[in-house]
Ligand binder design. Sequence first.
Ligand SMILES: C[S@@+](CC[C@H](N)C(=O)[O-])C[C@H]1O[C@@H](n2cnc3c(N)ncnc32)[C@H](O)[C@@H]1O
Length: 224
Amino acid sequence: MHTCNAPRLDARLAAAYDFVRPGHAAADIGCDHGKLSAALAGSGRCPLVLACDLRPGPLEKARMTCAPYGDKVQCRLGSGLSVLEPGEVDDIIIAGMGAETIIEILEAAPWVFDARYNLVLVPATKHSILRRWLARRGFALRAETLCQAAGRWYAVMNAQYTGAAREPDGLFCLTGLTNGQPGCSEYYAVQNEKLKKYRLGLPEGTERDAVGELIAELDALAAR
Ligand SMILES: C[S@@+](CC[C@H](N)C(=O)[O-])C[C@H]1O[C@@H](n2cnc3c(N)ncnc32)[C@H](O)[C@@H]1O
C-alpha cells in the first residue's frame, strides 16, 4: 500500500499500485487525473512513470497532478501503447477502460506478448471477456484482487505472457482468481444477474442450456 503525499487512491487503484513491481519503470495508460502515476512516482516505488492518455484534457490534469515529481513522470499523448517504445517500461497499467478497449490496446502492440512485461489491468466492464481473452492469447492470470469502489465491484488483474494459450471454461471467465476473497459472493451475485439477463435473450437450445448450467454453478459458489 502506498504511503506518500501523492493523492489518495481508491481501492481499485490502490490494488493496481500493489501489483506494480518496486524498482521498475511503469506506464499508466489512460492515466486521466494522474493519481496512480503520482503515487507510483511520489512514493519512490517506480523510478520512472510514463503517464499516457489519448486526450489532451486528461493528460493536462495528469501533468498538474504529477508536477511535484519532476522528471520522474513523463506525460505522453496518444492511443494505447503506441506512445511507448518496446522495452521502455517493464510494468504496464491499463485501468478504467472497458475490457474491449483494453483488448484492442494490447492486440495493437504485439511486442507486449512477452514474459518481461508485468501487466496490471483494471477493466471497468466485462471482466469475464478480458479473462477469456487473456487465457486464449497466452497470458497467465498471476493474481487478482477483488475490490469495491464507488459502489461497484472491480477485479484488478495481474497478468504475464507465458505463450501457453488455452480455452478457459465459463466459470473461470466469470470468477478468475477471486474465489474466497472478501466480497466474492456479492460479486458473483452481480455477475449472475448480468448472465441471467443475457440468457433471456438467447433462443432455446444448446447455448441457452449451457448458460443455465453456468448460472447454477455461480449461484452455488455465491452461496458458499
Ligand atoms: C475512466 S478514465 C480512467 C482513469 C484512471 N486510469 C482510473 O482508472 O481511474 C479512462 C481514461 O482512458 C483514456 N483513454 C481511453 N482510450 C484510450 C486509449 N486508447 N489510449 C489511451 N488512453 C485512453 C481516456 O481519455 C480517459 O482519460
